[in-house]
Design a protein around this ligand. Structure first.
Ligand SMILES: [Ca+2]
Ligand SMILES: [Ca+2]
Ligand SMILES: [Ca+2]
Ligand SMILES: [Ca+2]
Length: 656
């Protein structure tokens, strides 16, 4: 039996703990490269309700909370305490994830009576009302250790900081989700000029798109929905730190006030940058606007506070393509400058809802403020890899026994590999020494309308195959909460976007769900692959190339996808570290490729292994038999090859 050695990742964890748990409650940065991380993304409201007392915060409309946790558009009660319970139980460590990406924690507009598809609540955090307060749905009045939190901005921020510190004590980083494109529906368009909000008039919430800014905007005043003017309204003293914000967010001139129409967001003529996001109020980010510098600085002050004082390790920027590129260039430069050496720990990743690598990759380049052209100075460190997501789904998210083609995944890897003038992604390394391709955040399901992979038509084994690819692909794997227990969205459908997958994980706040999850096949798979990823340098730090995709000329390889991960040296490849991953999506037969050539590079000039080298097989879907295969010289070619055979609906990983 070849049993995966569990020691290395435990050792890794031990080293991390040595670095952070200094016993006096002080927080210390985790020193670990981002390409060694595995992200777990949770909607805090949907993870676990650890404290029912915050489900209807003081002053709030009780109807916004759904105690049955069925209505996807209302609050379900999940909170920091739920996450703390999971952290303290070691749940995330057992799973093998090393970073939590949580939905925005800041104080939100709690309700929008007119949003896309009708009334919705701000349970998800993407509708800011106060960028320097934490939403009271998430915080408790007493810490998990029994310390009291004050019922104010400082107390709520202290709870957030304690959550981040607790994560660090478990060797886990925290990525804060951040929106700079819009705020909640905090002002209305006074369409009829009566200086009152006419609740039933949809146009007062969602004004029709206009090229010229509306001037008839007025602040809403509905405290039961937290629809009050935005904050910060001046500089703030929080946790003893003075945040030098200015109150700019209270000035109408910084908002676009262009309104929205239903095809605004899909445009690429600039309207998608200037429009409201449904009922959410767009901030005007044009670099020529008078307030541009002040607006960038306001957000630098705000997020500097979360990084420097609260201790977050990364940022996930929302709605990136709806904000001017110049804003991101300036924001990322000024934030890194202000942080100094502290910027070396920071990951800035972003969401551009697009599968086109040109559209994604452009944000890894700065724009030169003089010429407006891209330059090689880093901007965002990485993007959520929607190209990977769409192509992985094309291959595996199919009904019943059917499966798609892995061509798209080959294209995804080729997109990362393109160099020089035609490169999609910046090859310049960031302040942490890593290039964007090493930090792309890979995922195949999320909350962004895409919905869960597992809907009723899709077989669970396909989901595990998807996890196997995710965990072995170049970049940072990102696991959507519940995937570790094969959480299925019974209301979702293939070919139909939706938000029904945002269900509550631990129903009724029952954290025993977490213990049950550890017994599932998906949990075990993620755990095994996280250890393999930590052990094998090629899997966390190596480059990637496709070696084989299901060919049209034979049926014996139907469903097969094979790729290599490898570590480069000054004069080629360190062949002792090569890892080869083979996936068979075909549930009916083994997939076989007799001669998979072990060379990579634009001209096929670099050898991944030599004739006579031996690989061990790891079969993460089964117990590992003691199987070795030997590399053979290819007939009539100057390179070596292996024979790949993968059982039906399974994966084989070849390691040296
Ligand atoms: Ca709660
Ligand atoms: Ca009115
Ligand atoms: Ca915008
Ligand atoms: Ca074939």
């Amino acid at each position: 039996m070849l049993v995966l050695n569990r020691l290395p990742s435990l050792l890794l964890l031990g080293i991390v703990l040595l670095g952070v748990a200094n016993g006096n409650g002080e927080d210390v940065t985790i020193d670990r490269s981002w390409n060694e991380d595995i992200i777990y993304f949770a909607l805090t409201d949907r993870f676990c309700d650890g404290d029912p007392s915050n489900n209807t915060p003081r002053q709030s409309d009780p109807q916004l909370y759904d105690a049955s946790q069925n209505d996807i558009n209302r609050y379900h009660g999940g909170d920091f305490r739920g996450l703390e319970i999971a952290l303290r139980s070691g749940y995330f460590n057992k799973l093998g994830v090393t970073t939590l990406w949580l939905t925005p924690p800041i104080r939100n507009a709690w309700h929008s009576p007119h949003d896309l598809g009708g009334p919705k609540t701000g349970y998800h955090g993407y509708w800011a009302q106060d960028f320097l307060d934490i939403d009271p749905h998430l915080t408790s009045t007493v810490s998990i250790d029994g310390k009291s939190y004050s019922d104010d901005r400082d107390g709520r921020m202290m709870h957030y900081k304690d959550l981040v510190t607790l994560a660090h004590e478990h060797g886990i980083k925290v990525i804060q989700d951040a929106v700079c494109n819009h705020i909640g529906p905090l002002f209305y368009y006074d369409e009829n000029g009566n200086q009152q909000l006419d609740m039933s008039s949809e146009n007062e919430w969602i004004a029709p798109y206009s090229n010229h800014p509306y001037t008839n905007t007025r602040w809403v005043d509905l405290p039961q929905w937290n629809l009050v003017p935005p904050n910060p309204d001046d500089e703030e003293l929080i946790l003893g730190h003075r945040v030098k914000t200015t109150g700019l967010l209270r000035e109408f001139r910084i908002y676009g006030r262009h309104g929205f129409n239903s095809n605004s967001l899909g445009k690429s003529d600039g309207e998608e940058v200037k429009c409201d996001f449904f009922s959410l109020r767009d901030m005007a980010t044009h670099p020529d606007s008078e307030h541009f510098d002040a607006l960038v600085n306001e957000f630098v002050e705000i997020y500097y506070f979360y990084i420097h004082v609260v201790g977050i390790d990364g940022m996930r920027l929302d709605t990136v393509k709806h904000v001017h590129h110049e804003f991101w260039s300036e924001f990322t430069h000024r934030l890194r400058d202000k942080l100094g050496e502290e910027a070396e720990k920071l990951l800035i990743t972003g969401e551009v809802y697009d599968g086109n690598p040109f559209v994604l990759g452009r944000y890894t380049f700065s724009l030169n403020p003089e010429t407006g052209e891209r330059d090689s100075k880093p901007c965002l460190d990485s993007l959520l890899n929607f190209q990977f997501c769409f192509n992985l789904r094309d291959y595996l998210r199919k009904p019943g026994d059917s499966f798609g083609h892995p061509w798209g995944l080959q294209n995804t890897t080729n997109s990362l590999n393109r160099q020089g003038e035609k490169a999609f992604y910046n090859s310049q390394v960031g302040v942490d020494g890593l290039a964007p391709r090493q930090k792309m955040v890979n995922f195949f399901e999320n909350h962004d309308g895409l919905n869960r992979f597992l809907v009723p038509e899709v077989d669970e084994v396909k989901h595990r195959l998807a996890l196997a690819i995710l965990m072995t692909t170049e970049g940072i794997p990102c696991i959507y909460y519940g995937a570790e227990a094969s959480l299925r969205d019974s209301k979702g459908r293939l070919k139909q976007d939706g938000e029904t997958g945002r269900m509550t994980y631990c129903e009724d706040g029952d954290a025993s769900r977490l213990e049950l999850a550890t017994k599932t096949a998906s949990f075990e798979l993620i755990n095994r692959l996280s250890e393999l990823r930590a052990q094998q340098e090629a899997l966390h730090a190596g480059a990637m190339s496709t070696l084989w995709v299901d060919s049209d000329s034979t049926s014996s390889d139907d469903g097969l996808y094979v790729f290599a991960r490898y570590v480069g040296t000054d004069d080629g490849i360190d062949t002792a570290k090569t890892v080869i991953v083979a996936i068979n999506a075909n549930p009916k037969q083994s997939a076989i490729a007799e001669h998979v050539s072990l060379v990579v590079g634009p001209d096929g000039e670099q050898a991944l292994a030599r004739s006579g080298d031996r690989f061990h097989q790891v079969r993460p879907f089964e117990s590992d038999d003691e199987i070795q295969i030997t590399v053979t010289e290819m007939m009539g070619a100057s390179s070596a090859s292996i024979r790949v055979e993968v059982p039906p609906s399974s994966a084989v990983i070849y390691i040296r």
